[in-house]
Design a protein around this ligand. Structure first.
Ligand code: NAG
Ligand code: NAG
Ligand code: NAG
Ligand code: NAG
Ligand code: NAG
Ligand code: NAG
Ligand code: NAG
Ligand code: NAG
Ligand code: NAG
Ligand code: NAG
Length: 385
C-alpha cells in the first residue's frame, strides 16, 4: 500500500467511527446506561440533613448529573471496566436518596457490578435482592439504609463477596446457613438489626473473615465452639444479644484476635483460663453477663488497653499480680462485681497509662475498698489524667 491508500483507509475508519457514534466516543454501552437511568428513576432526593456517620452535610446529589447522552462511565459514583465498558461499581454513599430499591430485574440489568455501596441513605428501602451464582459482587454495603425483611438463602450464591455490610438496617429472621458458603468474606458486619435465632455454626466456614460483627441483634443460644476455625479473626463483636452458656475455651485458638466484645448477654460460667493465650488482645469487654470465678487469665495479656469486666459475679482477691504487667492499660472497669478481701490502691501503681478506672461496687462487701475513706463517694469513676 502507498501512503495515499493508507491515508484513505484511515479516513474510511474515521468516517466509520463518525457515523457509528455520537459526537465523541462512549465507553459505556447503551444497555448499561439504560440500566442506570432506570435505577435513577426510582429515587428522589430527600430534603433532610444527611448523616454520614461522623459528618453532616448537604447531599452530593451525584445522580443529578447522570444524563443519558453522556458516557455513563464518566458519571459520578459510577466505575467501569475500561476494556469492556461494563459498569462494575456504584458508590452512592450518603446521597440523601429517597425511594425503593428497584426489584431484582433492575439490578440484574447491571450484572457486572462488583461494588455496590448505598450506605447512609436512610430513606432507601427495599428487600435484599436475589442473586444467582454467576453474580460477581464483591462488596455490598447497605449500612444505615431502610433495607428490611429476611435474607434469602440465595445470599449463599455471592461466592465472590469479600465485604458484606448490613449494619443499622431493619433485617429480621435467622441468618441463612448458606452465608457460610461465602468463603472469601473478610468483613461480615450485620450489627444493629433485628436478627434472631441462633448463630449458624456454618459461619465457622468463613475462614478468611477478619472482622465479624453481630452486635445489637436478638441472637440466642450459645457461642458456636467451632468459631475457633476463624483463624484470621482480629475483631469479634457479639455484644447486645441474648447469648447464654459459657465462653467456649476453644476460642483461645483465635490467635489473631485483637478486639473481643461480649457485653450485655447472658453468658455464665467462668472465663476460660485459655483466654490468656490471646496474646494480641487489645480490647475485651465481658461486661453485663453472669460470669463468675477469678479474672487471673488477663494478668499476662500485656497488650491490653481496654479491660471491662463490670457487672458480673467475679470473685477472689484483687491481688497485685493481676495488674503488675498491664502497663498499656488505659481503661479498666471492675465495677459491680463480687470481689473479696481488701483492695489496696498500690495494686494499680504499674498502670502508668491508665485514664479511666471504675471501682464502684467492686466488692462483695461494701466498704472493703481500702481508699474508700478518702476517695469513695464522689469517685468510683475517676479520670486519672
Ligand atoms: C420521600 O419520598 C416520598 C414520596 O415518594 C415523600 O412522600 C416523602 O416526603 C419523601 N421524604 C423525604 C424525607 O424527602
Ligand atoms: C426476586 O426474584 C425472586 C425470584 O427470582 C422472587 O421470589 C422475589 O420476590 C423477587 N424480589 C423482588 C423484590 O422482586
Ligand atoms: C444470572 O443472572 C444474570 C442476570 O443478572 C443472567 O444474565 C445470567 O444468565 C444468570 N446466570 C445463571 C446461571 O442463571
Ligand atoms: C451452601 O450452604 C448450604 C448450607 O450450609 C449447603 O447445604 C450447600 O451445599 C452450600 N452450597 C455450596 C455450593 O457450597
Ligand atoms: C424485631 O422483630 C420482632 C418480631 O420478630 C418485632 O416484634 C420487633 O418489634 C422488632 N424490633 C425492632 C426494633 O424492629
Ligand atoms: C475446623 O476446620 C477443619 C478443616 O479446616 C475441620 O477438620 C474441623 O472439623 C473444623 N473444626 C470445627 C470445630 O469445626
Ligand atoms: C442489651 O442488648 C439489648 C439487645 O439484645 C438491647 O435492647 C439493650 O438496650 C441492651 N442494654 C444495654 C444496657 O445496652
Ligand atoms: C448457666 O445457665 C444455664 C441456664 O441458663 C444453667 O443450666 C447452667 O447450669 C449455668 N452454668 C453455670 C456454670 O452456672
Ligand atoms: C456468684 O458467684 C458465687 C461464687 O463465687 C456463687 O456462689 C453465686 O451463686 C453466684 N451468684 C450468682 C447470682 O450467680
Ligand atoms: C510493677 O512492675 C515491676 C516490674 O515488672 C514488678 O516488679 C512490681 O512487682 C510491679 N508492682 C506492682 C505493684 O504490681
Amino acid at each position: 500500500m502507498g501512503w495515499l491508500s493508507i491515508w484513505s483507509y484511515q479516513l474510511l475508519c474515521l468516517q466509520f467511527l463518525f457515523f457509528h457514534s455520537p459526537t465523541y466516543s462512549k465507553l459505556c454501552s447503551h444497555d448499561q446506561a439504560t440500566a442506570l437511568i432506570h435505577f435513577k428513576q426510582h429515587f428522589t432526593y430527600s430534603d433532610e440533613p444527611k448523616f454520614c456517620g461522623a459528618s453532616i452535610g448537604p447531599p452530593h446529589q451525584k445522580l443529578k448529573n447522570w444524563k443519558e447522552d453522556t458516557d455513563c462511565c464518566s458519571w459520578d459514583g459510577v466505575t467501569c471496566d475500561m476494556d469492556t465498558g461494563h459498569v462494575t461499581g456504584l458508590d452512592l454513599n450518603c446521597e440523601g436518596l429517597n425511594g425503593t430499591i428497584p426489584s431484582n430485574t433492575t439490578l440484574s440489568l447491571l450484572p457486572y457490578l462488583q461494588v455496590l455501596i448505598l450506605s447512609y441513605n436512610p430513606r432507601v428501602i427495599g428487600a435484599f435482592p436475589e442473586f444467582n451464582s454467576s453474580n460477581p459482587l464483591e462488596v455490598l454495603d447497605v449500612s444505615f439504609t431502610g433495607f428490611s425483611g429476611r435474607l434469602p438463602n440465595s445470599i449463599g450464591n455471592l461466592k465472590s463477596m469479600t465485604e458484606l455490610n448490613l449494619q443499622g438496617c431493619n433485617f429480621i429472621g435467622s441468618i441463612p446457613a448458606s452465608l457460610g458458603n461465602l468463603t472469601k468474606l473478610t468483613d461480615l458486619i450485620i450489627s444493629l438489626n433485628n436478627f434472631s435465632s441462633c448463630i449458624p455454626p456454618s459461619l465457622s466456614n468463613l475462614q478468611s473473615v477478619t472482622r465479624l460483627d453481630l452486635r445489637g441483634n436478638r441472637f440466642v443460644g450459645t457461642i458456636p465452639e467451632n468459631f475457633v476455625n476463624l483463624t484470621q479473626l482480629s475483631s469479634l463483636d457479639l455484644s447486645d444479644n441474648q447469648l447464654s452458656g459459657p465462653i467456649p475455651s476453644s476460642l483461645s485458638g483465635l490467635s489473631n484476635l485483637e478486639s473481643f466484645y461480649l457485653f450485655n448477654n447472658s453468658l455464665n460460667g467462668t472465663i476460660p483460663s485459655s483466654i490468656s493465650e490471646l496474646v494480641k488482645l487489645s480490647s475485651i469487654s465481658v461486661s453485663s453477663n453472669y460470669l463468675s470465678g477469678e479474672p487471673y487469665m488477663f494478668a499476662k495479656l500485656t497488650n491490653l488497653k481496654n479491660l471491662d469486666l463490670s457487672s458480673n459475679n467475679l470473685s477472689g482477691n484483687l491481688e497485685p499480680y493481676l495488674f503488675a504487667k498491664l502497663t498499656n492499660l488505659k481503661n479498666l472497669d471492675l465495677s459491680s462485681n463480687n470481689f473479696n478481701g481488701n483492695l489496696e490502691p498500690y495494686v494499680f501503681t504499674n498502670l502508668t497509662n491508665l485514664y479511666f478506672l471504675d471501682l464502684r461496687a467492686v466488692m462483695a462487701c461494701d466498704g472493703a475498698v481500702a481508699f474508700s475513706n478518702s476517695k469513695r463517694g464522689q469517685a468510683g469513676v475517676q479520670r486519672l489524667q
